[in-house]
Design a protein around this ligand. Structure first.
Ligand SMILES: Nc1ncnc2c1ncn2[C@@H]1O[C@H](COP(=O)(O)OP(=O)(O)OP(=O)(O)O)[C@@H](O)[C@H]1O
Length: 459
C-alpha cells in the first residue's frame, strides 16, 4: 500500500516537473571542502566550524552527531545552502552552491509549520516555491500526506494535531518536493519516546523499501542510539575549540537493527567513548590544559553551567560508586545525555573535587569529604574551594575592595563582555551567584542588580 502510494507520488511529481536523472548509488550528492564558519557576535567572530571535509553519497544515511554547540545544525544549514560558509566550498552534484541548495529539503525539530494554513496548504508550500502549478501541487501534496499517514487530516490546522502528526506534516512537506537529500535537524527530539520510535521506524521502513523519494538522508542528532539505529555512517563532531570532524564510524549493521544485538551495543560504546572518553574533551573551551590554579582568570577559565545542587548530587553519586566511575556509564544509568553531565564534571574538576582519568571520573580527597559532609560542613568545604573558580574569586576580592562591600552586577558584566557573548556572560554570573551564595561569600540583590559581601567573608 505504502509502496504503491510512493510510486504514485513519484509519477505525479515526474508529471509536473522534469527532474534531473536520479543519482546512482555512490554518486557524491553533497560535498564540503575546507568548510569553515564563524558567526559575527558583539564580541567579534565566534568560530563554529573549522575545516570540514565531508561527502554525502546517494544511497546513504549520514548522521551528524555531537555535543550541544559543536556546530551540527550550522553544518546542516551550510549543506542546505541556508547559511553561507566563511571559507571553503559546499557543492551539490559537483556544482558549488551560491544560495539555497536545490537538491535538499529540511525537516525541523520544531516542525516549522504555518499555523494559519491547513495541513494540505502547508505541504503544498514547498511545491509552490518551486513554481509547480496549483492542481499538480494539490495532487502531489495529497499523496505525500497519504504516504506519511495523515490521510483524512488534509483540512486540519496544525493546532488540531498532536506533535507526532505535526512532524508528519513536516516530513510530507519535505518529501513532496522529492529532494535528492532529505535534511533532518533533530526531527524526533520534540516528540515523546513512543511517537518518536514509531516515526523513526516508519521512516526507515520507507527508506529500506528502496523507493523512498529521496536518495540520501542527513540527520543531525545528539542521540547516539538514534544515530546507530538509523545511519550508515556516523560523523562525530568535536567542539574544542570549534566544530571539526573527530571521527567517522561506518555502521554496517543489517536493518531493521536490533538494539540488543552485541554489535549494536558495542558500536554505541565506541561512539560514547569517542564523544566522552578523552579527558581533553571534558574540559571547557578555552581552558588550557595544565593551567595552574593561580594562573586561571575569568577570561581563560569560564565557569561551567552547574548549580551547587547539581555538582553535589554528582559528587554523591560518584562517592556512592566507590569514588570513581565511568562517565558514559553514569550518564547512561541516569538516562541522560553525556552533555547533561559534562558541566557538572567540569565544575567538580574546577573546584578540585574530582579529576578525569581516561574514561573515569575520580573523586579527590576533598571531593570525597565534600560528598559525605552534612550541610554545615559541606558549606565550609565549598567556601574553601569556591575561590578556585576565578570569577567567584574576582567577585569576592572586588567586593572586599569596595568601601561599602557592594558592587553593581554591571561591573562584572562589562569585565566579562570582553571575552564572552552576552548569553555566556549571563550564564557565568548565574553560576557565580549560586556558588557565592552557597559558600556564603556574597549575596546578590536581583532587584538592585547588586552584589554584596557576606559579613563572614570580609577577611
Ligand atoms: N545565527 C547565529 N548567530 C550567532 N551564533 C550562532 C548562530 N547559530 C548558531 N550559533 C552559535 O554557533 C554554535 C554552534 O551552534 P549549532 O546550533 O550549529 O550547534 P549544534 O551542535 O547544532 O548545537 P545544539 O545541539 O545545541 O543545537 C553555538 O555556540 C551557537 O550559539
Amino acid at each position: 500500500m505504502v509502496l504503491n502510494t510512493l510510486r504514485t507520488l513519484r509519477n505525479a511529481r515526474h508529471a509536473v516537473a522534469a527532474p534531473a536523472p536520479r543519482p546512482a548509488d555512490g554518486e557524491v550528492l553533497l560535498e564540503t571542502v575546507g568548510l569553515t564558519k564563524a558567526y559575527a557576535g558583539a564580541d567579534g567572530e565566534l568560530p563554529v566550524l573549522g575545516g570540514i571535509d565531508l561527502q554525502v553519497r546517494a544511497g546513504e544515511v549520514v548522521a551528524l552527531l555531537g555535543k550541544s554547540g559543536s556546530g551540527k545544525s550550522t553544518l546542516l544549514r551550510c549543506l542546505a545552502g541556508l547559511v553561507p560558509p566563511s571559507s571553503g566550498t559546499v557543492s551539490y552534484r559537483g556544482a558549488p552552491l551560491t544560495g539555497a541548495n536545490p537538491g535538499t529539503a529540511m525537516v525541523f525539530q520544531t516542525f516549522a509549520l504555518l499555523p494559519w494554513l491547513t495541513v494540505l496548504q502547508n505541504v503544498e508550500l514547498g511545491l509552490e516555491a518551486r513554481g509547480v502549478p496549483a492542481d499538480a501541487r494539490s495532487d502531489a501534496a495529497r499523496q505525500a500526506i497519504d504516504l506519511i499517514g495523515l490521510d483524512g487530516f488534509e483540512s486540519a490546522y496544525p493546532k488540531e494535531l498532536s506533535g507526532g502528526m505535526r512532524q508528519r506534516v513536516g516530513f510530507a512537506r519535505a518529501l513532496v518536493v522529492e529532494p535528492d537529500v532529505l535534511m533532518m535537524d533533530e526531527p524526533f527530539s520534540a516528540l515523546d519516546v513512543l511517537t518518536a520510535e514509531n516515526l523513526r521506524g516508519e521512516l526507515m521502513e520507507l527508506w529500506e523499501s528502496g523507493q523512498f523519494p529521496t536518495r540520501a538522508i542527513v540527520l543531525v542528532t545528539h542521540n547516539i542510539e538514534e544515530a546507530v539505529l538509523m545511519a550508515d555512517r556516523i560523523v562525530v563532531l568535536g567542539s574544542r575549540p570549534y566544530g571539526t570532524i573527530r571521527e567517522t564510524f561506518e555502521v554496517g549493521l543489517d536493518r531493521p537493527r536490533d538494539r540488543n544485538a552485541p554489535a549494536f551495543e558495542e558500536l554505541i560504546d565506541r561512539v560514547y567513548r569517542t564523544m566522552t572518553g578523552r579527558a581533553k574533551e571534558t574540559r571547557l573551551p578555552g581552558r588550557p590544559e595544565g593551567l595552574e590554579p593561580d594562573r586561571r582568570t575569568p577570561a581563560n577559565t569560564p565557569l561551567p553551567g552547574a548549580s551547587v545542587d547539581g555538582l553535589s548530587g554528582l559528587a554523591e553519586m560518584v562517592a556512592h560508586r566507590g569514588g570513581s566511575c565511568d562517565l558514559a556509564d553514569l550518564a547512561d544509568d541516569l538516562g541522560l545525555e553525556i552533555d547533561d553531565v559534562l558541566p557538572l564534571v567540569d565544575a567538580l574538576e574546577l573546584l578540585g573535587f574530582a579529576a578525569v582519568s581516561g574514561d573515569d571520573l575520580v573523586l579527590t580527597d576533598r571531593g570525597t569529604t565534600f560528598a559525605g559532609a552534612d550541610v554545615r560542613r559541606s558549606k565550609e568545604i565549598f567556601a574553601a574551594a569556591a575561590p578556585d573558580a576565578p570569577l567567584v574569586r574576582l567577585i569576592t576580592t572586588s567586593l572586599r575592595q569596595s568601601p561599602d562591600g557592594t558592587l553593581r552586577a554591571g561591573f562584572f558584566r562589562d569585565v566579562l563582555a570582553h571575552h564572552y557573548t552576552s548569553e555566556q556572560v549571563a550564564q557565568q554570573l548565574e553560576t557565580a551567584t549560586d556558588w557565592g551564595r552557597y559558600a556564603e561569600l556574597y549575596g546578590y540583590d536581583a532587584e538592585r542588580e547588586e552584589y554584596r559581601l557576606d559579613a563572614g567573608a570580609t577577611a
